[in-house]
Design a protein around this ligand. Structure first.
Ligand code: ZN
Length: 287
């Protein structure tokens, strides 16, 4: 499942290729992904230029001329593949040099420079929708969302306000999209480790200082992953044009039994299950 850094990396990969380009051909090979494609999907997109692109939570948003926005969610297994235009060939009758479509390609956008952007999603938990750009904040996908973790609305004082009086485990609240968006299971575990806070601790018991450390750790953890993704992205584009997933090195996630990497700690990473999600932590340096 791509988390926020992966989605941000995909955005940074496709934005320069799509902004300023026109969608000259849109092909929907099936009527639905996780939910049906919106009515008039092909007609509403074909011929439109992409004028801007951004991300909200784990949704990619391509803002089009004419006042509509294409919303894309990668779901569990979705990928966007950039396929460069085939080189011009004259007097040539050999096999096509175009890259074969990725398997499970459901939607294909051809741009006015010949590039194709392929959306492939084997498990089809992805989603595409089209909505009025001016009303996106009120859209049912976005209306309930909390602040972006890398935005100005997310800070220690903000967490302190939200956590006040809450008995729920701090990790559960970090995963709550109404509290902050896009911090999934991996980065919640990593951030709590970095801040030295036990994932099962009641959120209401965090001090102002704890909240400051935690907000900073969330930002730092995501920033590092995005930076790592950026370097991976260059390799991916160079190799296959495929954007979407890469391996990070984690300090606690999926490292049960490994020695704690915090200098001088000497503890061992443990695994526990909280609200049906695996949680990784060091009980010696996280309190
Ligand atoms: Zn430790």
């Amino acid at each position: 499942m791509p988390e926020l850094p992966e989605v941000e990396t995909v955005l940074r990969g496709i934005a320069p290729r799509m902004i300023g380009r026109r969608l000259v051909e849109v092909e929907a090979r099936r009527p639905d992904l996780r939910r049906p494609l919106p009515a008039g999907f092909v007609q509403r997109l074909t011929g439109r230029a992409v004028i801007a692109a951004d991300r909200r939570a784990k949704y990619l948003r391509l803002h089009l001329e004419g006042g509509e926005t294409l919303i894309v969610h990668l779901g569990m297994s979705g990928r966007l593949v950039i396929e460069d235009a085939p080189p011009p060939v004259a007097f040539h009758h050999g096999p096509s040099t175009a890259v074969a479509d990725a398997p499970h390609t459901h939607v294909v956008f051809r741009l006015d420079d010949g590039t194709r952007i392929l959306f492939a999603d084997p498990r089809r938990f992805g989603l595409m929708d089209i909505a009025a750009t001016d009303d996106l904040d009120a859209h049912d996908l976005f209306a309930h969302l909390g602040p972006e973790p890398l935005g100005n609305g997310f800070s220690g004082p903000y967490l302190a306000r939200v956590f006040e009086g809450r008995r729920a485990p701090v990790k559960a609240l970090l995963l709550d999209q109404r509290v902050v968006v896009g911090v999934g299971n991996i980065y919640a575990s990593e951030s709590l480790f970095e801040a030295g806070i036990h994932p099962a601790r009641s959120a209401g018991t965090l001090s102002a200082d704890d909240c400051d450390r935690l907000a900073a750790a969330v930002r730092a953890t995501l920033d590092r992953a995005i930076t790592a993704g950026g370097s991976t992205l260059r390799d991916f584009v160079g190799a296959s044009g495929e954007l979407g997933y890469f391996q990070h090195s984690f300090r606690v996630y999926d490292r049960a039994g490994a020695p704690c990497s915090r200098e001088g700690c000497g503890g061992t990473i443990e695994r526990a299950v909280q609200s049906n999600r695996a949680t990784y932590f060091c009980s010696r340096c996280q309190a």
